[in-house]
Structures are given as structure tokens and as C-alpha cells.
Design a protein around this ligand. Structure first.
Ligand code: GLC
Length: 426
């Protein structure tokens, strides 16, 4: 064996060992994700995150209560004023659908403890305050009616709970017990009263760890009430998928990167730091081409309206997805790569080149171990003339300038399976 190959083998073996060490060190009290159960989700690749609550009216983000250290008596007034007359979840779902998203995850309760749903164990809920409506019921009906997969975000942390703020963490053990009881009861309510729930998206594992929150029990209850439900990893147990935040970080298990369009999850009209559409598409493609999902956040205002900047981005994304979605849904990594041009994804036996740096009328790539049968630009439908010498390939007769302003996609088909000629250096 050549010395460099031996070195690569060593690297490979050590990464396998460290992966298995990392996996073995995860708590094993919840089942590892099941590929059959997660299939719809890994095929989906793209979902909408919605941060919405009483904090959406002042428009200074969802951490407002904590960051401005607002006492509950004052913060509670927001709930009395929260009466979203323009709330129309059917429209949200329609917008998600038109953007090519296959599931929607809504904050049923954020860290401030305000529940958009009806709860027997809290008075700080939409039906018992200003709006007098079960806003989650309306959301669930809209999702079910549209055949949209539905996720419930639920924060364990609850700042409004007596004894949690202003003292901060850790709380004393009797408060912790009350908090955990409340979480258990509310998870039960959420998964009993709203029909089929596809995803339970925990967050806010602070104050205590999975033992204090009785996460094992929470997950057991959830899986009993909704046998097909997928649960994320933020209860402190591995659940079905990992959730890197505002970063693309591929994992050896199902994973989903959630991203803000700007830099705030909750409504913040003065946060003008919007990512341009090409950057959002790059993030989406980057997740999909590494077998990850992309959960893109919108932040409706206190009335329930998705801000115009976000709406415009969704429309652009939808336009792109309509033509190029094939490169995203169900995608994973491709053995044939072109790192100098951008990303490549694989769906079945097709490879999609997601080209960020358009090279001109000839697109070259190499280390290709299979014969390329066809190469078609998805934007224009145009077929390229293929030249292949061994593992080097040139796609000729393509436009000199990139026809898609954001991200251009070429679909490759092969004789047989796509393969690399060498384990490529990426
Ligand atoms: C964090 C933040 C929260 C946001 C979430 C989204 O946990 O506390 O505000 O909802 O991430 O991933």
C-alpha cells in the first residue's frame, strides 16, 4: 500500500472511532432514529420555522422579557393586547407550500411561557387573554386541511413561572418539579388536542438537565400519543434528529439546520440584516447536499402578518424551487464533485451540480468514475455537449453567463451509478 493511502486509511479509521465514541457517549434512553419513520422528513429537506407570540407586537425579538428584564406583571399586559386580527394560518401554510417547503414548525410556546394553545395548567395562554382564541387549533386545522406536515416547537424554559426569574437558574427543586409537571401536562395537551402532529421540536433546556425535566418520560408520552412523531434533540436526549442553529454542521445522524432570514427569530422590524436569496439558496443546497434539512424562519408581526421582506424572499425561493427542487428533495452527498464550481447533490442515480461560480460556456469537472450520459441545465432545459476523457469531463455549449441569477443547476445522468474515479480530495 502506498504510504499516503495508508495515511488516509488511518484518518478514516480514527474518524470512525471518534464517531462511535461520540455516539456511544449520547444518552441511549430514547430510540435512535428510524430511517423508515424519518423518510418523509429526510425527503422533505426544507421546512418553515415560525416564531410568533406576544413578543411579536413590540417587535424587539423573542428574548424581550429576559433581555429587558421585564417583570411578569408588566409583560402580561402584552398578552392582553395580543389580538391578532389578521392571523390567517392558511396563508402561512400556503406561503410555505409555494416556497417549496414540506413542513412547518410553529412556536406553540416560547421561553416567556405564553401558550398560543389552550392549556388547563396555565392562565398565560391566548384563549385566556386578549385574543380569546386557540391559535394553535386554527394553525393545526390549516396544516391538516392543506396536507402540510405540522411541527410544534415547545420551550421547556418558562420565564413567567414564579421562581424562575428574576432569580435565574438554577431554580430550587420544588419549583423544578412544578415546571417539569407543567411541561409534561402541556406536551400531553399539545399531542392530544390537535390531531396528527408530525414533529415535536423542544427547546430551552435550561434551569436543569434531562433528569430535572424528565425528558425520558416526556419522549415516552409523546411517542405513545403520536406514534409516528419525530422529536428533536433539545430535550437533552438524542431524539430523531439533531438541530444545529444558524450554522450548517453535517452530522452522522439525521440533522436539520435552522436559520433566521435576518438575525432575529421573533419579529424585529429594525433588524435589516437580511440574507440575500442566493445566500439562502446556498444554505439550503449546502444542507441538502450533506443529507441535512434546512428550516428557514419567518417572524410574523403581532397581527400575524409575515413581513414583506420575508414574503419576497419566500417568493423568490419558491420560484427557484419550482425549477430546481429536484436537486434538493431527498438529496444527499454525491460521489462526483466539483468543489471549484460549487456543491453537488445526489438523488437516486442523478447528480446535480449546484453551481455558484459559473465558469462560462464550458463547465469542467474531474475525478468522475462513470460515463456521463446526459447533462441538462434545469433553468433552461438545455442539453450540454459532453466531452469525457477518462475521469475528466467538459460540458460544452452552455450559456456564457449564468442564466439563473442565484444558483444554477445542471442535472447529470450516468451509465450505471455515479462514481468517483478516486476517493476525491474535497
Ligand atoms: C434558541 C433561542 C430561541 C430560538 C431557538 C431557535 O434556543 O433561545 O430564541 O427559538 O434557538 O433554534
Amino acid at each position: 500500500m502506498k504510504p499516503y493511502r495508508f495515511f488516509i486509511l488511518l484518518l478514516f479509521l480514527s474518524s470512525q472511532i471518534s464517531n462511535s465514541v461520540a455516539q456511544n457517549s449520547l444518552p441511549t434512553t430514547d430510540s435512535e432514529s428510524d430511517p423508515v419513520k424519518t423518510k418523509w422528513w429526510t425527503d422533505a429537506r426544507f421546512g418553515m420555522f415560525i416564531h410568533w407570540g406576544v413578543y411579536s407586537s413590540p417587535g424587539r425579538g423573542e428574548w424581550l422579557m429576559y433581555q429587558e428584564h421585564i417583570p411578569f406583571s408588566e409583560y402580561a399586559l402584552l398578552a392582553d393586547q395580543f389580538n391578532p386580527q389578521k392571523y390567517n394560518p392558511k396563508e402561512w401554510v400556503a406561503k410555505a407550500k409555494a416556497a417549496g417547503m414540506k413542513y412547518v414548525v410553529l412556536t406553540t410556546r416560547h421561553h416567556d411561557g405564553f401558550c398560543l394553545f389552550d392549556s388547563k395548567v396555565s392562565d398565560f395562554t391566548a384563549p385566556k387573554t386578549g385574543s380569546k382564541r386557540d391559535l394553535i387549533k386554527e394553525f393545526a386545522d390549516a396544516c391538516h386541511e392543506a396536507g402540510m406536515r405540522m411541527g410544534f416547537y415547545y420551550s421547556l424554559q418558562d420565564w413567567h413561572f414564579p421562581g424562575v426569574l428574576p432569580q435565574g437558574s438554577p431554580v430550587n427543586s420544588s419549583t423544578m418539579k412544578l415546571l417539569a409537571d407543567q411541561a409534561r401536562d402541556q406536551v400531553r395537551e399539545l399531542l392530544t388536542n390537535y390531531g396528527k402532529v408530525d414533529i415535536l421540536w423542544f427547546d430551552g433546556l435550561t434551569v436543569d438537565g434531562p433528569e430535572g425535566w424528565h425528558s425520558k418520560e416526556l419522549l415516552e408520552i409523546a411517542r405513545k400519543l403520536q406514534p409516528e412523531i419525530l422529536i428533536n434533540d433539545r430535550s437533552g436526549l438524542p431524539g430523531d434528529f439533531a438541530t444545529p442553529e444558524n450554522v450548517v454542521a453535517a452530522q452522522p445522524r439525521p440533522w436539520e439546520s435552522c436559520f433566521c432570514m435576518n438575525r432575529t427569530w421573533g419579529y424585529a422590524p429594525n433588524d435589516r440584516n437580511y440574507k440575500p436569496v442566493n445566500e439562502i439558496l446556498r444554505l439550503l443546497a449546502s444542507c441538502a447536499s450533506q443529507s441535512g434539512n434546512f428550516l428557514l424562519n419567518v417572524s410574523p408581526d403581532g397581527e400575524g402578518i409575515i413581513p414583506v421582506e420575508q414574503d419576497e424572499l419566500l417568493k423568490k425561493i419558491g420560484k427557484w424551487m419550482q425549477v430546481n427542487g429536484k436537486a434538493i428533495y431527498g438529496a444527499g452527498p454525491s460521489p462526483v464533485v466539483a468543489p471549484n464550481l460549487g456543491m453537488t447533490s445526489r438523488v437516486g442515480d442523478k447528480v446535480y451540480m449546484l453551481i455558484q461560480r459559473w465558469p462560462g460556456s464550458t463547465v469542467p469537472f474531474a475525478w468522475c468514475g462513470s460515463k456521463v450520459k446526459s447533462a441538462r441545465m434545469l433553468t433552461t432545459g438545455q442539453l450540454a455537449r459532453i466531452e469525457q476523457k477518462g475521469d475528466r469531463v467538459w460540458l460544452h455549449d452552455l450559456p456564457q453567463t449564468p442564466p439563473d441569477p442565484w444558483l444554477n443547476v445542471i442535472e447529470l445522468t450516468f451509465e450505471g451509478e455515479p462514481k468517483a474515479s478516486e476517493p476525491a480530495y474535497r
